[in-house]
Design a protein around this ligand. Structure first.
Ligand code: NI
Length: 433
């Protein structure tokens, strides 16, 4: 079955190597891939679209990549606020999470996916509990995701059970028409020990896959690591083989020069989570230094309990203005650079390089349309600046993932939004009070 979608009257932010913005174009999608981008009417000859989308008064751009989140944490949205990370995590989040059933996680994840699609995210990296439920939600919702599985048993920080990683990998890696990639979860060096770090690295190498980990989020994490291992988190990750495979490293707020060298030399992908780092009072990552060193930096929201939303439009805005202000330098984190962090760099960090992150012929069709017929987006003047500085998540009108329309005119096609909201409210009543 061939499915062809034609987008006409399209002003396209391509996010290609030369950052082209193309005006008044035709964009053809065939069997999940971008088939052509052309201004000439004759390009349509023989295309015979099943569906035509008129992009007049809209911006067409690649879907956003949320490179670090815990989508099921939507259940804990606005639950424990104005606390430091350790107090927040150990004394508030973990006790609630211990009460969550696999089914609760399924509904919480679907809510997170609904929120992400509605604000323009088409791919995300997720780390959470009961990941078989997360895979099920991703499969059904039609979104793209990098999912990771811990080799530790749920609810037990020490017992290692790497068989479950192998099973999960076999069941889901490259599943859902290639929309799902499976990595190994290493939550952090504070929840793992030297043995389980080494085992995790070994499992990832055996499966020829990557690792998703939190790295040097707080000063306390770094101090505790020195006490526990005699090394910084980056150093112990290097020592135990964690950094020998593709790595999604969330936060990296407190890096010494040596840590930064390790991250650069090992090709670790850094995920900047500015809102979560600000809200938990963790600090501000040295993103510009990392970018200058050539480190791949992508952008993430972190979970809805420390943000408190999964809105990548807001994350781009904050990432851009935060570093300008802190360094008193408006030239830092320009709009095209920040948009690249939220698209191409995210695709690279999550193992989808060359497949998604830009609008180019031959790429997979993960595309969003922004409704620009709004006071706060009038006039456009500069399309990329409009997206990074003026647009809201709620301006996203239509979302296509893997060549399938999953949202049209603000309405989700693959998720029963009302049912999902009802189910998660019930779970919150049960677990968060
Ligand atoms: Ni996190």
């Amino acid at each position: 079955l061939t499915v062809k979608i034609l987008i006409k009257n399209a002003d396209i932010i391509t996010c290609n190597a030369s950052n082209d913005v193309i005006k008044n174009d035709f964009l053809g999608i065939k069997d999940g891939y971008i088939d052509f981008i052309d201004t000439r009417e004759e390009a349509l000859k023989g295309f015979d679209a099943d569906k035509i989308i008129d992009a007049r008064n809209k911006l067409v751009m690649p879907g956003l990549v949320n490179a670090h989140t815990h989508s099921g944490m939507t259940i804990l949205r606005n639950f424990a606020n104005d606390l430091a990370l350790e107090e927040w995590l150990f004394n508030n989040v973990f006790p609630v999470e211990a009460k969550l059933t696999p089914e609760d996680i399924y509904w919480g994840t679907l809510l997170g996916i609904a929120e992400m699609i509605k604000s323009g995210t088409t791919t995300f990296a997720d780390m959470y509990l009961h990941m078989e439920q997360v895979a099920k939600a991703v499969f059904e919702a039609g979104i793209r995701a990098n999912l990771c599985r811990s080799p530790l048993k749920d609810g037990d920080g020490s017992v290692e059970d790497s068989i479950r990683c192998f099973d999960y990998f076999r069941e889901w890696n490259n599943g859902a028409n290639g929309r799902i990639k499976v990595y190994i979860e290493v939550h952090s060096v504070y929840l793992f020990d030297e043995d389980t770090l080494r085992t995790s690295a070994k499992v990832a190498k055996e499966l020829n896959t990557g690792i998703h980990i939190h790295v040097q989020e707080t000063v306390k994490e770094c101090e505790d690591s020195i006490k526990k291992y005699g090394m910084s988190p980056a150093e112990i990750c290097c020592e135990t083989g964690i950094f020998d495979v593709p790595v999604i490293a969330a936060h990296c707020v407190h890096l010494s020069e040596r840590d930064m060298d390790i991250i650069k030399n090992k090709g670790v992908n850094v995920i900047h989570n500015p809102t979560s780092n600000l809200k938990l009072g963790s600090g501000i990552a040295k993103i510009n230094e990392m970018l200058d060193l050539g480190i791949n930096v992508a952008l993430g929201t972190d979970g809805a309990a420390s943000n408190n939303n999964l809105n990548m439009m807001e994350e781009m805005h904050i990432a851009s203005i935060l570093h300008k202000g802190v360094h008193r330098n408006p030239l830092l984190m320009d709009a095209p650079g920040v948009l690249k962090m939220a698209t191409l760099n995210g695709a690279k960090a999550l193992g989808f390089e060359g497949e998604i992150g830009a609008i180019e012929k031959g790429m997979k069709a993960d595309i969003i349309l922004i409704d620009t017929d709004k006071p706060h987006l009038c006039p456009i003047n500069d399309a990329v600046a409009a997206v990074v500085y003026s647009a809201q998540g709620s301006d996203v009108d239509t979302v296509i993932i893997d060549g399938v329309v999953v949202m049209e005119k603000g309405e989700l096609k693959t998720i029963d939004e009302e049912k999902v909201k009802f189910m998660v409210r019930e779970t919150a009543k049960k677990c968060c009070s």
